[in-house]
Design a protein around this ligand. Sequence first.
Ligand SMILES: [Zn+2]
Length: 202
Amino acid sequence: MSSQSDSLPRPTRAEAEEAVRTLLRWGGEDPTREGLLDTPSRVVKSYEDFYSGYRDDPREILSRTFSEVDDYDEIVLLRDIRFESHCEHHMVPIIGRAHVAYLPRSRVVGISKLARVVEAYARRFQIQERLTAQIANTIDEILQPHGTAVILEAGHQCMTTRGVHRPGVSMVTSRMLGVFRDNSDTRRELMAMLNRPQLSEF
Ligand SMILES: [Zn+2]
């Protein structure tokens, strides 16, 4: 699935700011009111941040790997990676935590890179299911481990602050590839690692 259309020209910043003014007017406001004068530029700036993932290449992020790991052949798990995304249906936040694991074959990657891959896909218009799959598929494709597992748990503000108004509900999605899908022992080991209480605040 293409994440950004190549055929549609990107609107200018002025056009994006004008769109915000339109929404302010539509909401019942006067965009020329003093308190709102800078709002369009602030919103557009925020959007640059929220959707910065389109400028990242997650494959590139994972391209530098280390192969001298003294035959480390156990699960590598990075858990509780906070992420902020936006639901593509309502353009409101999805905020949650990601747990990312892989069982290296020969190459490992710096752990901050895993968090950056999460962020590169999260900072786009998303649905949680696709976000989960994209993170797992990319790690699996680039690192070619024995297996990759990604679990996401998140609250969707389109559900908590509008529509059915159900605060406290979280959605859990997972994608298990390789040994995490095929080998129940490996999957159980991962779950045990995830359920272990954190040792400290480090
Ligand atoms: Zn939504």
